[in-house]
Design a protein around this ligand. Structure first.
Ligand code: HEC
Length: 150
């Protein structure tokens, strides 16, 4: 008697295990409609990381630069006047006299060893910070300058 109850219980156990369903339906919704705003935010994040690592040493975290030595990137008339000149400066370096916000600089900025994508991120960050003109720089714009100057 005891034995049959026990085997019945074991049988029930197996049946219930066998019926156990593994849920494969996923309700996860992937939202692929990344808006332009999200893309800009991502470029800004990446650009800031590159800026903090590469440019702050001279232009400072605030973009204010250092008087007489390193020109400001914050509210820079030079920056906002001609994006191609700015891209060229990063690709090939800047030297000789340069007037930024009425101050003359005569110093050297070495070429920045960055990919087209990295330059597009860091410049998008700079243009969208510190009261600059909110321009977006694409890797294609950088590639074009690189190719036309070789
Ligand atoms: C070693 C110091 C140094 C580093 C690092 C450096 N720069 Fe410069 N940058 C300069 C100097 C010096 C000038 C001015 C050159 C001249 O007098 O002709 C300049 C000029 C500029 C200008 C044009 C003038 C202005 O203020 O608008 C821009 C834009 C600029 N740099 C962006 C950057 C960015 C972005 C980075 C980082 C990817 C960077 N620089 C890294 C030293 C540096």
């Amino acid at each position: 008697m005891c034995k049959s109850i026990l085997s019945f219980a074991v049988l029930l156990f197996f049946i219930s295990c066998g019926n156990k369903q593994t849920s494969t339906s996923s309700n996860e919704q992937t939202n692929n409609s990344a808006s332009a705003d999200n893309m800009l935010a991502e470029k800004m994040d990446r650009g800031k990381a590159i800026y903090d690592k590469t440019c702050t040493v001279c232009h400072q975290a605030t973009g204010a630069g250092v008087p007489k030595s390193f020109p400001p990137l914050a509210s820079s008339d030079y920056l906002n006047a001609d994006v191609n000149k700015v891209i060229d400066g990063l690709l090939f370096g800047n030297k000789g006299e340069m007037v930024v916000n009425g101050e003359t600089y005569n110093n050297v900025m070495p070429p920045q060893v960055l990919t087209d994508e990295e330059i597009s991120y860091v410049l998008t960050y700079v243009y969208n910070s510190w009261q600059n003109s909110a321009k977006e720089v694409t890797p294609e714009m950088v590639a074009q300058r690189r190719a036309s100057n070789q």
